[in-house]
Design a protein around this ligand. Sequence first.
Ligand SMILES: Cc1ncc(COP(=O)(O)O)c(C=O)c1O
Length: 299
Amino acid sequence: MTSAPFDDRDGFIWLDGEMLPWREAKLHVLSHGLHYGGSVFEGERVYDGNVFKLREHSQRLIDSAKMLDMKIVTSLEEIENASREVLEANKITNGYLRPVAWRGCEEMAVSAENASIHIAFTCWEWPKYFFPKGGEDSGITLKTVKWRRPDPLTAPVHAKAAGNYAIGTMAKHEAMNAGYDDAFMLDHKGRVAESSGSNIFFIKDAIMKTPYTECFLNGITRQTVLKMAKDMGIEAIEATIMPDEIGDYEEVFVTGTAAEITAVGKIDDNNYEIGPLTKKMQDAYADLTRQKTASKNVA
Ligand SMILES: Cc1ncc(COP(=O)(O)O)c(C=O)c1O
């Protein structure tokens, strides 16, 4: 993976219908999306040339925009075509795809009814999201942070909206500054929620549990894992999980497009084994993401 800044790379970016040289894909400093959080995005992984769950991610981009009262005029089909075109232009067959839509410059105020909606697609190689501080075999470490997932009536919690990530960034910084890999976040009622950029599963007595998604994104990977478990005959349920019970679990993992299925070795003072069910789900997910039939991107 290159360490060049993201605005100074070779390649191409699809911006409002045009495939531009990477460094020329710019927006104005007075864009509404920058000042008032009028921006939604997606994160998708490409495996052997196919975007895993392309249809679901493309639809979520449109749905996220709707939740923010932003009208993306680009159709589902156009979004999928642009996704394929940018991957092809950059010759990415294994990597990460990032669509983003934002409000433009016609209005510089809280209201944005007249602001145009822009959309861009870019991609890059991104083999791994987590590099556990304790080494590859130790799992990541999570720290309970002060930042919480908000009440669904105070933020568009089910949208993949840039504004929601202000909380995630502060949460992750708090955890990393304390020497941990990521944040362990509760919701506004004190229930276990997720990490800064992934959902979470707990395992005990061969039963997998994951919190209800009332206050945060119902991840596509989370949904995939629940379905995979069902197909594999493993009991996997949604549940209310309270922080005082996390020490009772044997295995923990987080799920996300970028994180895939990443084992958790420690939350605060609780240690977990990277056990058989976590490994089984990781293997099954690796198989699924590389099956052409699992992806809607097959031309
Ligand atoms: C805050 C948050 N929760 C959960 C997820 C997992 O979502 P998905 O599995 O759709 O990538 C993500 C990643 O998109 C995220 O940013």
